[in-house]
Design a protein. Structure first.
Length: 193
């Protein structure tokens, strides 16, 4: 029994869920910083640093997405080579939602690259390291990149909310665990460790 538990704890599914939550945190940071920095006046001293941080988090999100897709393929391989899925309306709906989420998780940072590269060459940095341009500098594409990045970001947010609603039981269970964790830490502090 201990061997089965240990293998489950180190499973690809557990790794997939870990990357899922790291990406969720990164996406919250990206959406919050993107919303905040778009409201900043051009003369604000930390505006450029904020943009660089946002772009770095976008690159990190793309790296996490790549890792997540590789883990997902591994999980699917193990799961569906043993037993093929039951095709149902619920399964198809869930599959469509998840495919949409993955497309938006990919398209939002790519549109951010389009916006940044169109605006100025060598404009995307990963925590100080300049990344090569994916798109050529082209002022005519800048507006397209801005519109795509804006609308794709809000579409990703909408689909993320749909996903959260669909997974409300999991969200409630995780919220309950988080509250219990905080309560136990608070009790330890109150009791003087």
């Amino acid at each position: 029994m201990a061997i089965a538990t240990k293998s489950r704890l180190n499973s690809a599914f557990k790794q997939l869920m870990s990357v899922h939550w790291w990406m969720a945190i990164a996406d919250v940071v990206l959406f919050a910083t993107g919303t905040f920095m778009s409201q900043l006046e051009r003369g604000v001293s930390f505006r450029h640093s904020f943009y660089d941080f946002h772009k770095s988090m976008g690159v990190l999100s793309m790296a996490l997405l790549t890792w997540r897709i590789l883990l997902l393929l591994r999980v699917w391989w193990k799961k569906y080579t043993q037993r093929f899925p039951k095709f149902s309306w619920l399964w198809l709906k869930t599959l469509a939602l998840h495919i949409s989420l993955y497309v938006f998780m990919w398209a939002v940072p790519v549109s951010g690259f389009l916006l940044s590269n169109s605006f100025r060459a060598n404009n995307v940095k990963f925590f100080g390291f300049v990344l090569p341009d994916i798109f050529p500098q082209d002022s005519a594409m800048e507006n397209l990149g801005r519109n795509l990045h804006f609308w794709l970001s809000y579409s990703l947010l909408a689909f993320t909310l749909l996903h959260t609603i669909e997974q409300r039981k999991v969200v409630r269970a995780n919220w309950r665990r988080f509250r219990q964790f905080l309560q136990s830490k608070l009790d330890r502090v109150r009791s003087g460790f």
